[in-house]
Design a binder for this molecule. Structure first.
Ligand code: 5GP
Length: 191
């Protein structure tokens, strides 16, 4: 997606460890207009896929997921990383290793919000090694809920997540696909 690639070139910073910092439009400060356009783009890809719910993980997946939900007119559920007093039992859970924070979190979703009659679209900000998406796929597999696809704002094509999602047989849409970081610059892939 052209405007997203331009924004990454303009505002993204490549950090050591192959991490792209995009905290002035996606991961800290959020650009709502850009999120709206990303949501519309996800909706264009998945409008005929019969999506009934969107699943994401808190917190950085929420903004693009809500915008996709707005355009597809379906509810959005974010998996929680911390147990809350009001979220105690009746949960689907999975373990997720965080690439950027280097910690393992239990993520959980209340069973009331998804059922076997749903068809979910998984949305996240980044696809790196695929652990976050795998955690959500573990939950949908355990709950026997069909998955329409995975949509990510930015994929780092050179890490393991892309192949992992493809190997799971799930359609994958990345609005920006990064082939490599070279000398602190982002190189986008052609497809
Ligand atoms: P994965 O589980 O695919 O390895 O990593 C996905 C999660 O890690 C994303 O939800 C995102 O929050 C974080 N992440 C992974 N790589 C990057 C990166 O290069 N930049 C930023 N800002 N976050 C990343």
């Amino acid at each position: 997606m052209k405007i997203l690639e331009e924004r990454i070139r303009r505002d993204g910073t490549v950090l050591p460890g192959d991490v792209l910092k995009v905290d002035n439009f996606l991961n800290h400060q959020i650009d709502p207009q850009l999120m709206d356009e990303l949501g519309a783009e996800f909706a264009r890809y998945f409008e005929d896929a019969g999506v009934t719910k969107i699943l994401t993980v808190e917190s950085s997946g929420i903004a693009p997921a809500v915008m996709a939900g707005l355009h597809l007119k379906v509810p959005v559920i974010f998996a929680r990383k911390h147990k809350s007093l009001t979220l105690t039992d009746n949960l689907y859970t999975a373990k997720v290793y965080s690439y950027t924070k280097r910690v393992t979190n239990d993520i959980s979703i209340d069973r009331r919000f998804i059922s076997t009659t749903d068809k979910v679209l998984i949305i996240d900000d980044f696809l790196a090694n695929g652990q976050a998406v795998q955690g959500l796929l573990d939950i949908t597999n355990a709950a026997q809920i069909p998955v329409a696809g995975v949509g990510v704002v930015i994929e780092k094509r050179f890490q393991k997540g892309h192949e992992l999602v493809k190997a799971a047989g799930v359609p994958l849409v990345a609005l920006a696909s990064i082939a490599a970081f070279e000398d602190g610059q982002v190189v986008f892939s052609e497809n």
